[in-house]
Design a protein around this ligand. Structure first.
Ligand SMILES: Cc1ncc(COP(=O)(O)O)c(C=O)c1O
Length: 365
Protein backbone atom coordinates (compact mmCIF):
# COMPACT_ATOMS: atom_id res chain seq x y z
CA UNK A 1 0.00 0.00 0.00
CA UNK A 2 1.41 3.44 -0.83
CA UNK A 3 0.42 7.08 -0.41
CA UNK A 4 -1.17 8.71 -3.48
CA UNK A 5 0.43 12.04 -2.64
CA UNK A 6 3.95 11.50 -1.25
CA UNK A 7 4.41 8.00 -2.76
CA UNK A 8 5.70 6.74 0.60
CA UNK A 9 5.01 3.10 1.39
CA UNK A 10 3.28 2.34 4.65
CA UNK A 11 5.30 0.21 7.02
CA UNK A 12 2.48 -1.05 9.23
CA UNK A 13 1.08 0.38 12.43
CA UNK A 14 -1.05 2.91 10.59
CA UNK A 15 -4.27 4.05 12.22
CA UNK A 16 -7.38 5.00 10.22
CA UNK A 17 -8.35 8.60 11.00
CA UNK A 18 -11.54 8.69 8.96
CA UNK A 19 -12.89 7.52 5.62
CA UNK A 20 -15.49 8.49 3.11
CA UNK A 21 -16.14 8.05 -0.60
CA UNK A 22 -13.29 6.18 -2.18
CA UNK A 23 -10.46 7.31 0.09
CA UNK A 24 -9.28 6.67 3.61
CA UNK A 25 -7.11 8.97 5.69
CA UNK A 26 -4.48 7.14 7.70
CA UNK A 27 -2.17 8.44 10.40
CA UNK A 28 1.11 6.58 10.66
CA UNK A 29 1.99 5.61 14.17
CA UNK A 30 5.50 4.30 13.50
CA UNK A 31 8.15 7.01 13.28
CA UNK A 32 9.73 5.38 10.19
CA UNK A 33 8.82 6.28 6.64
CA UNK A 34 10.17 4.83 3.40
CA UNK A 35 10.40 7.44 0.63
CA UNK A 36 11.94 6.57 -2.75
CA UNK A 37 13.69 3.55 -1.29
CA UNK A 38 15.23 5.37 1.73
CA UNK A 39 13.96 5.01 5.27
CA UNK A 40 13.52 8.31 7.09
CA UNK A 41 12.22 9.25 10.47
CA UNK A 42 8.86 11.04 10.60
CA UNK A 43 6.71 12.18 13.48
CA UNK A 44 3.36 11.95 11.69
CA UNK A 45 2.27 11.41 8.11
CA UNK A 46 -1.19 11.81 6.64
CA UNK A 47 -1.80 9.30 3.88
CA UNK A 48 -4.49 9.36 1.24
CA UNK A 49 -4.81 5.89 -0.23
CA UNK A 50 -7.43 4.35 -2.49
CA UNK A 51 -10.03 2.70 -0.28
CA UNK A 52 -9.79 -0.46 -2.35
CA UNK A 53 -6.27 -0.95 -0.95
CA UNK A 54 -7.28 -0.89 2.68
CA UNK A 55 -10.13 -2.56 4.54
CA UNK A 56 -12.60 -0.44 6.52
CA UNK A 57 -11.82 -1.17 10.17
CA UNK A 58 -14.13 -3.45 12.12
CA UNK A 59 -16.55 -1.50 14.33
CA UNK A 60 -16.71 -2.46 17.99
CA UNK A 61 -20.42 -1.56 18.17
CA UNK A 62 -23.22 -0.48 15.83
CA UNK A 63 -22.84 2.93 17.49
CA UNK A 64 -19.39 3.28 15.90
CA UNK A 65 -20.87 3.15 12.39
CA UNK A 66 -22.44 6.64 12.50
CA UNK A 67 -21.05 9.47 10.35
CA UNK A 68 -18.42 9.94 7.63
CA UNK A 69 -21.17 10.02 5.02
CA UNK A 70 -20.38 10.67 1.34
CA UNK A 71 -20.98 13.89 -0.58
CA UNK A 72 -22.14 13.80 -4.21
CA UNK A 73 -22.17 16.51 -6.89
CA UNK A 74 -25.51 16.71 -8.69
CA UNK A 75 -24.91 15.98 -12.35
CA UNK A 76 -28.24 16.31 -14.17
CA UNK A 77 -30.85 18.40 -12.35
CA UNK A 78 -28.78 21.59 -12.03
CA UNK A 79 -29.24 23.91 -15.04
CA UNK A 80 -26.29 25.17 -17.12
CA UNK A 81 -24.80 28.43 -15.84
CA UNK A 82 -25.75 27.68 -12.23
CA UNK A 83 -23.37 27.10 -9.31
CA UNK A 84 -22.32 23.53 -8.50
CA UNK A 85 -24.63 21.77 -6.06
CA UNK A 86 -23.33 19.12 -3.64
CA UNK A 87 -25.44 16.90 -1.39
CA UNK A 88 -24.24 15.15 1.77
CA UNK A 89 -25.94 11.75 1.79
CA UNK A 90 -26.98 11.32 5.40
CA UNK A 91 -28.97 8.15 4.74
CA UNK A 92 -25.64 6.32 4.93
CA UNK A 93 -26.11 6.46 8.71
CA UNK A 94 -27.33 3.20 10.34
CA UNK A 95 -31.09 3.97 10.45
CA UNK A 96 -30.98 5.89 7.18
CA UNK A 97 -31.08 9.42 8.60
CA UNK A 98 -28.91 12.14 10.15
CA UNK A 99 -30.92 11.79 13.33
CA UNK A 100 -28.59 8.95 14.38
CA UNK A 101 -25.95 11.60 15.08
CA UNK A 102 -28.18 13.63 17.39
CA UNK A 103 -29.69 10.59 19.13
CA UNK A 104 -26.24 9.30 20.07
CA UNK A 105 -25.15 12.80 21.16
CA UNK A 106 -28.25 13.32 23.35
CA UNK A 107 -27.81 9.94 25.06
CA UNK A 108 -24.04 10.08 25.58
CA UNK A 109 -24.08 13.71 26.81
CA UNK A 110 -26.81 12.79 29.35
CA UNK A 111 -24.74 9.78 30.47
CA UNK A 112 -21.64 11.95 30.78
CA UNK A 113 -23.48 14.39 33.09
CA UNK A 114 -24.96 11.49 35.10
CA UNK A 115 -28.56 12.39 34.11
CA UNK A 116 -29.04 9.02 32.40
CA UNK A 117 -27.88 5.82 34.12
CA UNK A 118 -28.21 2.09 33.37
CA UNK A 119 -31.70 0.79 34.21
CA UNK A 120 -33.44 4.11 33.42
CA UNK A 121 -36.06 4.63 30.69
CA UNK A 122 -35.61 7.10 27.81
CA UNK A 123 -38.73 9.03 26.68
CA UNK A 124 -39.29 11.12 23.53
CA UNK A 125 -41.98 12.46 21.15
CA UNK A 126 -41.04 12.24 17.49
CA UNK A 127 -42.13 12.33 13.88
CA UNK A 128 -40.39 9.00 13.57
CA UNK A 129 -36.84 9.78 12.41
CA UNK A 130 -35.54 10.83 15.83
CA UNK A 131 -37.54 7.98 17.32
CA UNK A 132 -35.97 5.42 14.98
CA UNK A 133 -32.51 6.76 15.84
CA UNK A 134 -33.15 6.85 19.60
CA UNK A 135 -34.67 3.36 19.44
CA UNK A 136 -31.49 2.10 17.74
CA UNK A 137 -29.18 3.86 20.23
CA UNK A 138 -31.25 2.62 23.20
CA UNK A 139 -31.24 -0.94 21.78
CA UNK A 140 -27.45 -0.87 21.36
CA UNK A 141 -26.95 0.57 24.86
CA UNK A 142 -29.65 -1.50 26.61
CA UNK A 143 -32.11 1.25 27.67
CA UNK A 144 -35.91 0.89 27.70
CA UNK A 145 -37.38 3.47 25.27
CA UNK A 146 -40.96 4.85 25.42
CA UNK A 147 -41.81 6.86 22.34
CA UNK A 148 -44.78 9.06 21.39
CA UNK A 149 -45.53 9.49 17.68
CA UNK A 150 -48.49 9.88 15.31
CA UNK A 151 -50.22 8.29 12.33
CA UNK A 152 -49.29 11.50 10.44
CA UNK A 153 -45.83 9.98 9.94
CA UNK A 154 -44.52 7.22 7.70
CA UNK A 155 -45.57 3.72 8.75
CA UNK A 156 -42.01 2.58 7.95
CA UNK A 157 -40.65 4.84 10.73
CA UNK A 158 -43.22 3.64 13.29
CA UNK A 159 -42.39 0.02 12.46
CA UNK A 160 -38.64 0.72 12.65
CA UNK A 161 -38.99 2.01 16.22
CA UNK A 162 -40.91 -1.12 17.19
CA UNK A 163 -38.35 -3.36 15.49
CA UNK A 164 -35.69 -1.84 17.77
CA UNK A 165 -37.89 -2.74 20.77
CA UNK A 166 -39.36 0.72 21.48
CA UNK A 167 -42.75 0.99 23.23
CA UNK A 168 -44.82 3.14 20.86
CA UNK A 169 -47.80 5.38 21.79
CA UNK A 170 -49.72 6.90 18.86
CA UNK A 171 -51.38 10.36 19.05
CA UNK A 172 -54.11 10.46 16.36
CA UNK A 173 -53.62 13.10 13.63
CA UNK A 174 -56.24 15.04 11.67
CA UNK A 175 -56.44 13.15 8.37
CA UNK A 176 -52.77 12.11 8.33
CA UNK A 177 -51.53 15.75 8.24
CA UNK A 178 -49.06 17.58 10.46
CA UNK A 179 -51.40 20.28 11.83
CA UNK A 180 -50.32 23.04 14.27
CA UNK A 181 -51.85 21.23 17.26
CA UNK A 182 -50.14 17.89 16.68
CA UNK A 183 -46.66 18.55 18.11
CA UNK A 184 -48.02 20.14 21.34
CA UNK A 185 -50.29 17.10 21.87
CA UNK A 186 -47.36 14.72 21.38
CA UNK A 187 -45.22 16.80 23.76
CA UNK A 188 -47.97 16.68 26.42
CA UNK A 189 -48.10 12.86 26.19
CA UNK A 190 -44.29 12.56 26.42
CA UNK A 191 -44.33 14.90 29.45
CA UNK A 192 -46.78 12.50 31.16
CA UNK A 193 -44.35 9.58 30.68
CA UNK A 194 -41.39 11.75 31.69
CA UNK A 195 -43.01 12.48 35.06
CA UNK A 196 -42.53 8.82 36.04
CA UNK A 197 -39.48 7.90 38.17
CA UNK A 198 -36.16 6.77 36.64
CA UNK A 199 -36.96 8.40 33.33
CA UNK A 200 -34.84 10.61 31.09
CA UNK A 201 -36.70 12.77 28.53
CA UNK A 202 -34.39 13.67 25.66
CA UNK A 203 -36.77 16.56 24.74
CA UNK A 204 -35.31 17.08 21.27
CA UNK A 205 -36.88 20.51 20.62
CA UNK A 206 -35.10 22.01 23.65
CA UNK A 207 -31.98 19.84 23.86
CA UNK A 208 -28.78 21.58 22.73
CA UNK A 209 -26.87 18.28 23.17
CA UNK A 210 -28.10 17.44 19.66
CA UNK A 211 -25.77 20.14 18.29
CA UNK A 212 -22.78 18.08 19.44
CA UNK A 213 -23.83 15.42 16.92
CA UNK A 214 -24.69 17.84 14.11
CA UNK A 215 -21.50 19.88 14.34
CA UNK A 216 -19.73 16.78 13.01
CA UNK A 217 -21.63 17.17 9.71
CA UNK A 218 -20.18 20.66 9.34
CA UNK A 219 -16.65 19.48 10.19
CA UNK A 220 -16.89 16.58 7.75
CA UNK A 221 -18.11 18.91 4.98
CA UNK A 222 -15.18 21.27 5.53
CA UNK A 223 -12.79 18.29 5.22
CA UNK A 224 -14.57 16.77 2.24
CA UNK A 225 -15.03 19.85 0.05
CA UNK A 226 -11.91 20.86 -1.83
CA UNK A 227 -13.19 24.44 -2.24
CA UNK A 228 -15.03 27.17 -0.29
CA UNK A 229 -18.75 26.60 0.33
CA UNK A 230 -20.60 29.76 -0.75
CA UNK A 231 -24.01 28.74 0.54
CA UNK A 232 -25.50 26.00 2.72
CA UNK A 233 -29.24 25.43 3.02
CA UNK A 234 -31.36 23.13 5.17
CA UNK A 235 -34.99 22.55 6.12
CA UNK A 236 -35.67 23.24 9.78
CA UNK A 237 -37.59 21.16 12.32
CA UNK A 238 -35.87 21.43 15.69
CA UNK A 239 -33.21 23.52 13.82
CA UNK A 240 -30.50 21.27 15.31
CA UNK A 241 -28.90 20.33 11.99
CA UNK A 242 -28.82 23.91 10.65
CA UNK A 243 -27.50 25.36 13.92
CA UNK A 244 -24.88 22.62 14.37
CA UNK A 245 -23.50 22.94 10.83
CA UNK A 246 -23.59 26.73 11.04
CA UNK A 247 -21.61 26.80 14.29
CA UNK A 248 -18.99 24.35 12.94
CA UNK A 249 -18.58 26.54 9.84
CA UNK A 250 -18.30 29.68 12.00
CA UNK A 251 -15.66 28.07 14.25
CA UNK A 252 -13.62 27.23 11.16
CA UNK A 253 -13.94 30.82 9.88
CA UNK A 254 -15.84 29.67 6.76
CA UNK A 255 -17.53 32.48 4.83
CA UNK A 256 -20.70 30.51 4.02
CA UNK A 257 -24.19 31.98 3.59
CA UNK A 258 -26.51 29.92 5.84
CA UNK A 259 -30.06 29.72 4.46
CA UNK A 260 -32.68 27.98 6.58
CA UNK A 261 -35.81 26.60 4.94
CA UNK A 262 -39.40 25.86 5.95
CA UNK A 263 -42.52 24.60 4.16
CA UNK A 264 -44.37 27.53 2.49
CA UNK A 265 -47.70 26.41 4.00
CA UNK A 266 -46.38 26.93 7.55
CA UNK A 267 -43.80 29.69 7.10
CA UNK A 268 -43.73 30.67 10.78
CA UNK A 269 -40.03 31.63 10.93
CA UNK A 270 -40.62 33.88 7.90
CA UNK A 271 -43.39 35.62 9.88
CA UNK A 272 -46.36 33.71 8.46
CA UNK A 273 -49.17 31.73 10.08
CA UNK A 274 -48.80 28.07 11.08
CA UNK A 275 -50.50 25.65 8.70
CA UNK A 276 -50.71 22.01 7.63
CA UNK A 277 -48.13 20.19 5.50
CA UNK A 278 -46.65 16.75 4.82
CA UNK A 279 -42.90 17.44 4.98
CA UNK A 280 -42.08 15.10 7.87
CA UNK A 281 -39.67 16.34 10.53
CA UNK A 282 -39.98 20.02 9.55
CA UNK A 283 -42.37 22.95 10.06
CA UNK A 284 -43.32 22.33 13.71
CA UNK A 285 -45.76 25.29 13.70
CA UNK A 286 -43.78 27.56 16.05
CA UNK A 287 -40.25 28.99 16.25
CA UNK A 288 -38.07 26.09 17.44
CA UNK A 289 -36.21 26.99 20.67
CA UNK A 290 -32.81 25.88 19.28
CA UNK A 291 -33.06 28.38 16.40
CA UNK A 292 -30.49 31.15 16.97
CA UNK A 293 -31.06 34.24 14.83
CA UNK A 294 -27.30 34.94 14.88
CA UNK A 295 -26.55 31.59 13.24
CA UNK A 296 -28.32 32.08 9.88
CA UNK A 297 -28.38 34.74 7.17
CA UNK A 298 -31.75 34.15 5.54
CA UNK A 299 -34.95 32.12 5.82
CA UNK A 300 -36.84 30.89 2.75
CA UNK A 301 -40.30 29.34 2.42
CA UNK A 302 -40.26 26.42 -0.04
CA UNK A 303 -43.31 25.03 -1.84
CA UNK A 304 -43.87 21.41 -0.82
CA UNK A 305 -44.97 20.51 -4.37
CA UNK A 306 -41.61 21.75 -5.77
CA UNK A 307 -39.72 19.58 -3.28
CA UNK A 308 -41.83 16.51 -4.08
CA UNK A 309 -41.30 16.98 -7.82
CA UNK A 310 -37.56 17.37 -7.14
CA UNK A 311 -37.49 14.15 -5.06
CA UNK A 312 -38.92 12.21 -8.01
CA UNK A 313 -36.51 13.84 -10.47
CA UNK A 314 -33.54 13.08 -8.20
CA UNK A 315 -34.49 9.40 -8.10
CA UNK A 316 -35.17 9.08 -11.83
CA UNK A 317 -32.39 11.33 -13.17
CA UNK A 318 -29.58 11.15 -10.59
CA UNK A 319 -30.21 7.77 -8.92
CA UNK A 320 -30.61 9.62 -5.61
CA UNK A 321 -33.50 8.19 -3.56
CA UNK A 322 -34.16 10.54 -0.64
CA UNK A 323 -37.08 11.66 1.53
CA UNK A 324 -39.48 14.61 1.21
CA UNK A 325 -37.48 17.19 3.20
CA UNK A 326 -34.40 16.30 1.12
CA UNK A 327 -36.44 17.13 -2.02
CA UNK A 328 -37.20 20.59 -0.59
CA UNK A 329 -33.55 21.05 0.47
CA UNK A 330 -32.30 20.30 -3.04
CA UNK A 331 -35.01 22.36 -4.78
CA UNK A 332 -33.88 25.33 -2.65
CA UNK A 333 -30.19 24.58 -3.25
CA UNK A 334 -30.78 24.69 -7.02
CA UNK A 335 -32.60 28.04 -6.71
CA UNK A 336 -29.58 29.36 -4.77
CA UNK A 337 -27.23 27.91 -7.38
CA UNK A 338 -29.09 29.72 -10.17
CA UNK A 339 -28.91 32.99 -8.21
CA UNK A 340 -25.18 32.62 -7.41
CA UNK A 341 -24.17 31.50 -10.91
CA UNK A 342 -21.32 29.43 -12.34
CA UNK A 343 -18.13 29.06 -10.31
CA UNK A 344 -19.89 29.13 -6.93
CA UNK A 345 -20.69 26.20 -4.64
CA UNK A 346 -23.93 25.34 -2.84
CA UNK A 347 -24.16 22.47 -0.35
CA UNK A 348 -27.18 20.83 1.26
CA UNK A 349 -28.06 17.50 2.85
CA UNK A 350 -30.18 14.50 1.94
CA UNK A 351 -31.69 14.13 5.43
CA UNK A 352 -32.84 10.55 5.01
CA UNK A 353 -33.47 7.70 2.59
CA UNK A 354 -36.48 7.57 0.27
CA UNK A 355 -36.95 3.95 1.38
CA UNK A 356 -38.70 5.39 4.47
CA UNK A 357 -41.44 6.82 2.25
CA UNK A 358 -42.19 4.01 -0.22
CA UNK A 359 -45.51 3.12 1.44
CA UNK A 360 -46.67 6.75 1.03
CA UNK A 361 -47.23 8.73 -2.17
CA UNK A 362 -43.83 10.45 -2.52
CA UNK A 363 -42.75 8.09 -5.29
CA UNK A 364 -46.22 6.94 -6.39
CA UNK A 365 -46.61 7.35 -10.16
C1 LIG B 1 -36.73 13.85 7.54
C2 LIG B 1 -36.33 15.08 8.29
N1 LIG B 1 -35.92 16.16 7.61
C3 LIG B 1 -35.57 17.30 8.25
C4 LIG B 1 -35.62 17.40 9.63
C5 LIG B 1 -35.23 18.69 10.30
O1 LIG B 1 -34.03 18.57 11.03
P1 LIG B 1 -33.81 19.42 12.37
O2 LIG B 1 -34.77 18.90 13.40
O3 LIG B 1 -32.40 19.17 12.77
O4 LIG B 1 -34.07 20.85 12.06
C6 LIG B 1 -36.02 16.29 10.36
C7 LIG B 1 -36.12 16.35 11.82
O5 LIG B 1 -36.82 15.55 12.43
C8 LIG B 1 -36.39 15.11 9.69
O6 LIG B 1 -36.80 14.01 10.35
Amino acid sequence: MSCDICKARTLGGDRVLFSFGSVIWLRRELPRLEIEGRTRRATTCKYVVPKSEVAVPVAESMLDTIGNTPVVRLAKVVPDGAADVFVKLEWFNPTGSYKDRMALAMVTEAERRGDLKPGMTVVEYTGGSTGSSLAYVCAAKGYRFRVVSSDAFAAEKLKTMQAFGAELTIVASEGGKVTPGLTPRMIAKAAEFAAEPDTYWTDQLNNADSLVGYRAIGRELLEQMDRPIDAFCAMVGTAGLAMGVSSAFADAGADTRIVILEPASTAVISGGEPGAHRVEGTGVGFIPPLLDVNRYDEVRAIEEADGRTMASRLAAEEGLLAGTSSGLNIAAAIDLAIELGAGKTVVTVACDTGLKYLAGDLYAT
